[in-house]
Write a protein of this length. Structure first.
Length: 204
């Protein structure tokens, strides 16, 4: 029911004993902050069964924005780590300004590793979101960098659907190898990436 400004350490949602959690806005709301370079603004650290529904109707909408401009590994707006499963981010405006290369961990939305359990960050959904810049255009919209060495630790069952991924940083006419709308890695199993739109609102 109100805007929030998160601390430099970000907001961390750890694993809990709940059955499910629903987070949604009343009115036009913003969760923002300038997280320390190398950290996410919102961290799903082993958290399961959380739905963030921004509605995005104009009457009720939710923007989640990390304004930190940094190429530091791990910089993100939303990160899934430590076996975060069955979470949904839908109908939200998700904004970031990480400038890392595709060889570096981080993005506006970042699917990371699972060193704590044998599940991976599985069965998470990003749908019908606007994913783009906060204070400056980001280099990567969505990035995957899961655990290696065990299939059980791979991120699996991820759905990326119906999103607008826009205005990522580009330095030449064709996409540069250091930028990506969605950056996949070898640990993916059974991903669905469908009906997304990739475009520029303006020259950057």
């Amino acid at each position: 029911i109100g805007d929030t400004s998160e601390p430099a350490t970000g907001a961390i949602l750890n694993a809990g004993a709940w059955t499910s959690i629903s987070i949604q806005p009343s009115g036009v709301r913003t969760i923002s902050g300038a997280a320390t370079a190398g950290l996410p603004l919102i961290d799903f650290n082993g958290a399961d069964n959380v739905t963030v529904n921004g509605f995005n109707s104009g009457v009720n909408s939710l923007t989640i924005a990390n304004t930190t401009v940094a190429a530091t590994s791990g910089t993100a707006t939303i990160r899934f780590i430590g076996g975060a499963t069955n979470n949904i981010i839908t109908n939200c405006n998700v904004q970031g300004s990480g400038t890392m290369s595709v060889a570096t961990n981080g993005a506006v939305i970042f699917f990371s590793t699972d060193a704590l359990t044998a599940n991976g960050n599985d069965n998470n959904t990003i749908s019908n979101c606007n994913i783009g810049p906060a204070s400056t255009p980001p280099s990567i919209g969505i990035n995957f960098s899961g655990s290696t060495g065990s299939t059980a630790l791979n991120n699996s069952g991820i759905t990326i659907s119906g999103n607008n991924i826009y205005d990522y940083f580009i330095r030449e006419v064709k996409p540069h190898v250091d930028e990506a709308w969605i950056n996949l890695d070898a640990t993916k199993i059974g991903y669905e990436i469908s009906f997304n739109k990739y475009f520029f609102f303006a020259a950057v």
